[in-house]
Design a protein around this ligand. Structure first.
Ligand SMILES: [Zn+2]
Length: 251
């Protein structure tokens, strides 16, 4: 792999990093911003064949395939000090799809709401396994926020983690991309994938730091209604602690 060079805004940035971050319509869906290519679709060896200043942006031509990308100078400046994620992986259970042959960790929405023990089990499963499934969630706009709120009930005393600014060097990035490719090859293994169809009222709750999720596909011409939101993982841990304390006190 070769280093991006030429314009000083590109100095120190690995070419594979830029290529993977390309936001052109071939690389990202214009509507959703979702990635359209996987790391294993990209050439293993990527370099810059030409760069050209274009106003507040820089146009880059990549080798070996001649792909073109445009990067704003503001975005490039941010890449010199990306944030670091310091979440540990202690107490996480590593699993394969076969471990759920008997069924997924799931609850009905009414039971989840009615029983603190069931709610605690779901949240503890989320932190341990990375996901759980709710069935029978009302199919109304905004319900997903009610689900998220149910996982934040105990939040009050704990502070969110402040992001630490880190600095990734170009070696680090080249090493990262070698690991990223190996990781993607690993997660594409069938034995590590759970594939299932969601029906109306199904709500998958994921720890995004543990479990990756994707669609095998859907018909863009059909009617589709999907609600999604993000919630704070610290809120889950806090709510679980409150639920456990309440259950211990009632014994
Ligand atoms: Zn592109």
């Amino acid at each position: 792999m070769k280093t991006a060079s030429g314009d000083s805004a590109l100095r120190g940035l690995a070419a594979i990093w830029l290529r993977d971050s390309c936001g052109c319509p071939e690389c990202r869906d214009a509507g959703s911003g979702q990635r359209l290519v996987s790391i294993i679709d990209l050439p293993a060896d990527v370099w810059l064949t030409a760069t050209r200043a274009a106003g507040d942006s820089i146009e880059v031509v990549f080798g070996p395939d001649g792909h073109r990308g445009v990067f704003s100078r503001d975005w490039l400046a941010e890449q010199h000090s990306p944030p670091e994620d310091d979440r540990a992986e202690d107490a996480k259970r590593l699993w394969a799809a076969g471990d759920f042959a008997a069924g997924f960790p799931e609850r009905s929405w009414p039971r989840y709401l009615a029983s603190e023990a069931d709610r605690a089990e779901c949240l503890s499963g989320l932190l341990r396994d990375g996901f759980f499934l709710l069935r029978g969630v009302p199919c109304q706009p905004g319900t997903v926020l009610t689900v998220a709120a149910s996982m934040r009930a105990g939040l009050g005393g704990r502070e969110g983690r402040a992001g630490r600014e880190g600095r990734a060097g170009r070696a680090e990035r080249v090493a990262f991309y070698a690991a990223y490719r190996a990781f993607t090859e690993m997660i594409m293994k069938q034995e590590l994938m759970l594939t299932f169809r969601l029906g109306p009222g199904d709500c998958v709750t994921l720890d995004n730091t543990r479990v990756l999720h994707a669609r095998t596909g859907f018909d863009a011409a059909g009617q589709r209604h999907l609600q999604g939101c993000y919630a704070d993982l610290d809120g889950v841990a806090s709510t679980l602690a409150v639920l456990r304390r309440g259950r211990e006190a009632s014994r």
